[in-house]
Write a protein that binds this ligand. Structure first.
Ligand code: AMP
Ligand code: ZN
Ligand code: FE
Ligand code: FE
Length: 279
């Protein structure tokens, strides 16, 4: 039995609906799926229903944009209560900033005579948690760029004309928020964020796990993080980080996490939930 614990849908910057994501998971024979859209839990209700219909275990999740010592980090929250008022209030703040950021990116594009409108981006994104990939897709759709890569290279990458920084909470706040919502906090793809030096501090702040297996982690990288997980007594997770068709071929199924790690995640969440209930 295998799981994929890192998946995006059209509720952030993926292209699949929750139902399409689940159908792909079923084709790959996965036993459990986690939805981890950026700074939102909007897709979880539909993904849960689709998983129930497909006989797949659903793990509600999110991927919070965070930072530590100036490095951008992504913190995955698993088995969170998606109705938790504190979590929803924080997520709403994130989403307002993301929407304002889209408007600012469009102003900057207009300043370099690229006639995109914010409305075109919002219509295409059709979600509360829009980001740069939606701007890139809108640029292609309007015929202003020929590919997503061109949009990032010319306009959206850091230090390009339309780049606007995203809001990031501190890694410790992200961990705390996930715990408050009864969830388990996991550092996403540390190999992509040069995150080794922040792991001891995050472990101190209550981090529960490390995403050792990820599409962009080599076997050596995965082994390195398995060692660190062991050293800091952290759980091990893994997922494909599939964004549907956004990055070419769908990645779902490319990382198959042995189900025993899901069992450990659930045991940790049960601990967290009883601790949250006592507080
Ligand atoms: P944001 O959170 O709005 O800053 O957007 C980050 C997203 O943009 C991530 O999902 C990245 O994978 C994606 N991204 C960054 N650079 C590129 C690129 N050159 N081509 C396509 N997607 C990219
Ligand atoms: Zn993404
Ligand atoms: Fe990420
Ligand atoms: Fe992701």
């Amino acid at each position: 039995m295998f799981a994929d614990l890192h998946l995006h849908t059209c509720f952030s910057d993926g292209t699949f609906s929750p139902e399409e994501m689940v159908s792909h998971g079923q084709q790959h024979g996965l036993s459990a799926l986690a939805l981890t859209d950026h700074d939102t839990v909007e897709g979880c209700v539909r993904a849960d229903l689709a998983c129930q219909a497909a006989g797949i275990e659903f793990i509600p999740g999110t991927e919070l944009t965070a930072e530590q010592e100036g490095n951008e980090l992504h913190v995955l929250g698993y088995l969170i209560d998606i109705q938790h008022p504190g979590l929803l209030a924080e997520i709403a703040k994130f989403q307002t900033v993301r929407q304002n950021r889209i408007r600012e990116m469009v102003v900057r594009l207009n300043q370099v005579r690229v006639p995109l409108t914010a409305e075109a981006v919002f219509a295409l994104a059709n979600c509360r948690s829009p980001g740069r990939p939606h701007v890139a897709r809108a640029l292609v759709q309007a015929g202003l760029c020929t590919s997503l890569d061109e949009a990032f290279e010319r306009f959206l990458k850091k230090s390009r004309p339309a780049w606007v920084p995203n809001f990031k909470m501190s890694a410790a706040d992200a961990i705390h928020l996930i715990h408050q919502a009864g969830g388990v906090a996991v550092l996403a793809h540390p190999g992509l964020n040069h995150a080794d030096e922040v792991i001891p501090g995050m472990a101190e702040a209550g981090l529960d796990g490390i995403e050792c297996f990820h599409t962009k982690h080599s076997t050596a990288t995965a082994e390195h993080y398995l060692e660190l997980a062991d050293r800091f007594h952290l759980l091990v997770t893994g997922g494909s980080d599939c964004h549907g068709l956004n990055k070419g071929k769908p990645l779902i199924g490319s990382v198959k996490l042995p189900y025993q790690h899901v069992e450990k995640l659930k045991a940790k969440a049960a601990e967290r939930k009883s601790a949250a209930a006592i507080k």
